[in-house]
Structures are given as C-alpha cells and as structure tokens.
Design a protein around this ligand. Structure first.
Ligand SMILES: [Zn+2]
Length: 288
C-alpha cells in the first residue's frame, strides 16, 4: 500500500469540509460481497473493464468533519481502538494532522450503526469526543438498541451498540427524514443498507453537497450496477431502490457527494449512464 493521505480539506460556501482517512483494508473475494446475485464471471468482467483486480479489493473508511463556523460536526467515527492493530481506527490521529482535536467536536452524527461507523465513539470507557452531543436516526437507534436483536444475525452489532452508543444516549438527539442537525445540515432517510440508514445534505453559501454514507459502497460495483445485491445491505431490494433515488438526485442536480467507502479522498460526482452511474472523483473543483 502507498503511504496513506491523512485528510483532504475544501470549502463549501462558508463551511470547511474535511474528509479523514480512518484507514484502508484489503478484502478477499469481491464477488462474495458485491453482485452476490450475479455470476462470478459477470462481476469479474466489470472489475477487469475498470483495470481493477478480480481477487481482492481495497475498502476505505472516511469519516467527515464539517466546520460550519459555529459547530464542528463529525459524521461517523471509523472503526475505533479495536481495529488500531490493523492500521485502522486512525480517525483521531489524522484529525490531529488537520488541526482538529477530539475536544473540538461539538456534534457527532451517526449515519447508521455498523461497526465501521460507531467503533470510534468510545475510547476505553470514555467518550472519544468529550464535548460533543450526538445526532442519529430514530429508526436506526430503535432497531439496534432493541433486545429483540439477541439471538439473531444482528446480535454482534446490537452488543456493539450497547457498548458504544447506548452509554451516550442521554446526549443524543433522534431525527427522521428531513430532520435538521444545525442550519445547513439536513438528514434524509435512505434505508435498506440498514433499517434506519440516513444521509445528510449540506448547504452553505449557495453550495450543496450530500454525505451519502453507505448508500453505495464501491465506486464501480455499486455505482455502475446499483441493482446488484451487496452482502452488507440488510434489505437488498430497498438498498438498491435508495441507491437509485439518491444517485439519480445527485446526478440530476450535479451535486458533489462524500461516500464513506469511495476511494479516498472519497469526494466526487456521478454521471447517470444507461446502466447506473459513472463515478468522477473530485480533483480541483473546490479549489478555484
Ligand atoms: Zn460502512
């Protein structure tokens, strides 16, 4: 692996947006995760057409910090201390490289409660962002906090939510579709990946951007074939429907987006194609 870029920063109107590289991991067998309803050959062909290896893929994790001028809002927290031995869980160290201390964060937004998004909420038995309050989707919290998850495939995440999220519940605001975090940051339900998965629209000074979280989890396999089934999507049909709704909107409105698992710095655009969308990484669009 090449040396990792710690962070990427740009202006969006009056907001300063920083994507932070929590780390990357190599996954075996892409066909076992993406396009699980397709033949191995079909998935491999799409990878080869984009000069990507067919045996392995690189997955990255990009929490985002938005400085609105009055708040420092962190979207998702990476894998946290449990993954640090594997070179992941680098959020705090790499925020520091961007001059942002954990104490500076005033609001932590959790898009959904998979381990790679909530793992960094606690550091030992203490909140990793000691001065923050929290915002998350009501439906997401209600699903994972429910003891009915015990003995189901959701048990592992339920236990992690009990350890990392529920201790913070007193300082949490629960929102639904259209709920506001602060002026200029609005939540939008995009369910399917998880039952309460939410994305966030940023708007400042006439500029907009969408934090799409895990609506699409690979820049080729998920965006070009949005209908393909993905192992991580809990309701596969609903996740595909949300992918199309969200990326149709982003393409039609020509909006930039930040995708948590897009190649770092995880910022780009999409063009709508006959089938799916073509990912166009951001280069200097915010710098001129
Ligand atoms: Zn994720």
């Amino acid at each position: 692996m090449p040396a990792a870029t710690a962070y990427n920063q740009f202006r969006l109107g009056d907001f300063t947006v920083t994507t932070v590289n929590d780390g990357t991991t190599v996954m075996e067998n892409p066909q076992g995760t993406f396009g699980t309803d397709q033949s191995v050959e079909t998935v491999s062909e799409l990878l080869e057409a984009h000069y990507l290896p067919t045996e392995k893929l690189v997955n990255g994790f990009a929490p985002t910090v938005v400085n609105t001028g009055s708040d420092i809002v962190l979207f998702d927290t990476g894998l946290g201390e449990g993954a640090r031995g594997n070179g992941l869980g680098q959020l705090s160290a790499r925020m520091a490289a961007a001059g942002i201390a954990p104490e500076d964060v005033t609001i932590v937004v959790i898009t959904h409660m998979h381990p790679d998004h909530i793992g960094g909420l606690m550091e030992g038995d203490k909140p990793a962002f000691p001065n923050a309050r929290y915002v998350t989707g009501q439906a997401e919290y209600d699903f994972w906090a429910d003891d009915a998850r015990a003995g189901t495939p959701g048990e592992r995440v339920h236990n992690l939510v009990k350890a990392k999220v529920m201790p913070l519940a007193e300082k949490m605001t629960f929102i639904g579709d259209g709920g506001e975090v602060v002026p200029g940051i609005t939540g939008m339900a995009a369910v399917g990946h998880t039952p309460g998965h939410m994305i966030y629209r940023l708007e400042s000074g006439g500029r907009q951007l969408v934090v799409t979280a895990d609506t699409a989890n690979h820049f080729v396999l998920s965006l070009q074939r949005p209908e393909w089934e993905v192992r991580f999507d809990m309701d596969k049909a609903m996740a595909a429907k949300s992918r199309k709704t969200v990326f149709d909107m982003i393409a039609a409105d020509r909006l930039p987006f930040i995708g948590y698992h897009m190649p770092f710095p995880s910022v780009g655009f999409v063009e709508k194609m006959d089938t799916g969308y073509r990912f166009i990484p951001e280069t200097y669009q915010f710098d001129l």
